[in-house]
Design a protein around this ligand. Structure first.
Ligand code: LLP
Length: 413
């Protein structure tokens, strides 16, 4: 559920006309609904209330400060994967003991900074990284909490680029390595091995893979007499982009809560997309139309540099008109493509919709997660603006970039 709805012929975000935002701020523009963000955060919180989990919003999915502040004020912690995300976390006002830090390639400076800041956990992805964290902690005369990320080798039935819990991926360590790490605890005197972390993939629509992974990990811990206090089950809950029927938070909770309660472990989660995916849209304008022998194209002002998901994962985002056409309007099939000089620059292919006109505004739905955060300046295109709506008000929460922003830091050598 989200708060992008038609009233009459116009698409609204909460109580603000999307067209008004586009007119004032220009296109392409990302629009976020603050109350949808909060609704989704609370859905997870309510569903898992029995075990009072720490819900660390995954900053990589949407790192805008207004989004982070909204969720942090509602009680969320943050899942960060870089010094930059930690910096954003600091600015969001989150308490350090609600931050978990993942990622396969943490650098020494990033580790030192996070230790000084007093984060709750490092989710550790290799023995070499663990040794480095131990050395950094020793240097700062601190003891830091660590969760070992185990790769449980389970499938997630999602796109291959967003599967992370199979043995051939770069993520986590295998069960044998976990055993070795716990057996040689003495080597890591400045870390507390207090948790196990898993994250098996993203956009998972069925609870079975989560359940399988958790079962496998709990069985392993029991069999090997490995005692920890925390289980971090990562993120990955899928959302509706078009025709998916993902599990609800309640359904998810029903399947995993019995396992968590029985284990007695404290639960941490790192949802990203579930919270922010349906909370955002990208609005783009039709610049030109053209027909070739085989295709009808609508060329819009939002390209793969603004929203790369269709190009990278062949993701199917529902695209709707910002103003509904008159009843009976003629329809046709369009490829909706961006202005970038790449064949892979498309937002949708063979999409049946009313015949578009120049200047029409289109809303790409479910663009709140991995939309702006994955955008780039490719083709020297300034990045889009981001807007947050709350009730009847909207504000620009990230200014559109300008040409000066594009060359900032460059010199003639
Ligand atoms: N925790 C870890 C360790 C992760 O690697 C991720 C996402 C999450 C949590 C949050 O996952 P979520 O709940 O959002 O599924 N760019 C891709 C998704 C990449 C996900 C990367 N890791 C996309 O647009 O589909």
């Amino acid at each position: 559920m989200h708060r992008f709805k038609y009233k009459g012929n116009s698409l609204y975000c909460e109580n603000v006309k999307v067209e008004e935002i586009a007119k004032e701020v220009g296109t392409p523009v990302y629009i976020y609904s603050k109350n949808t963000l909060l609704d989704h955060y609370r859905k997870i919180e309510d569903a898992l209330r029995e075990v009072s989990p720490l819900i660390c919003f995954s900053v990589k999915s949407n790192s805008n400060l207004a989004v982070l502040k909204t969720l942090v004020s509602a009680g969320a912690g943050l899942d960060v994967v870089s010094g930059g995300e930690l910096y954003r976390g600091k600015l969001s006002g989150v308490r350090p003991e609600k931050i978990v830090y993942a990622g396969v390639g943490k650098k020494r400076d990033e580790i030192l900074d996070a230790i000084r800041y007093g984060i709750l956990f490092f989710n550790v992805e290799s023995e070499e990284e663990l040794a480095l964290i131990n050395r950094c902690a020793l240097e700062l005369r601190k003891k830091v909490n660590v969760a070992i990320r185990v790769n449980p080798d389970v499938g997630a039935h999602t796109h291959k680029y967003i599967t992370t819990g199979k043995g051939h991926t770069k993520f986590g360590v295998d069960f044998n390595t976990v055993k070795r790490i716990f057996r040689s605890k003495w080597r890591y005197r400045n870390v507390n091995l207090r948790g196990i972390h898993i994250h098996i993939g993203s956009q998972i629509v069925n609870p079975n893979p989560f359940q399988n992974a958790i079962k496998k990990v709990l069985k392993f811990l029991k069999e090997n007499k490995i005692f920890v206090e925390y289980l971090n089950i990562g993120g990955g809950l899928g959302i509706v982009y078009s025709f998916e029927k993902p599990q609800t938070a309640k359904h998810f909770a029903k399947r995993i809560l019995p396992l968590i309660k029985k284990s007695g472990l404290k639960l941490i989660l790192e949802p990203g997309r579930f919270i922010c995916g349906n909370s955002g849209i990208m609005v783009t304008k039709v610049l030109f139309r053209k027909k070739t022998g085989q295709k009808r194209f609508a060329i819009v002002d939002g390209g793969m540099n603004d929203l790369i998901r269709p190009s990278l994962y062949e993701a199917h985002h529902t695209i709707v008109p910002v103003t509904l056409p008159k009843k009976g309007a003629k329809k046709g099939k369009f490829d909706i493509v961006g202005p970038i000089c790449e064949t892979g620059d498309f937002l949708a292919k063979d999409r049946r919709m009313k015949l578009l006109d120049r200047g029409d505004l289109l809303a790409v739905m479910a663009a709140g997660a991995y939309g702006y955060t994955m955008s780039s300046n490719y083709n020297s295109r300034p990045r889009a603006a981001e807007v947050m709506v709350s009730g009847s008000k909207f504000s620009v929460v990230k200014k559109r970039e300008n040409y000066r922003d594009l060359v900032r830091g460059e010199s003639s050598g």
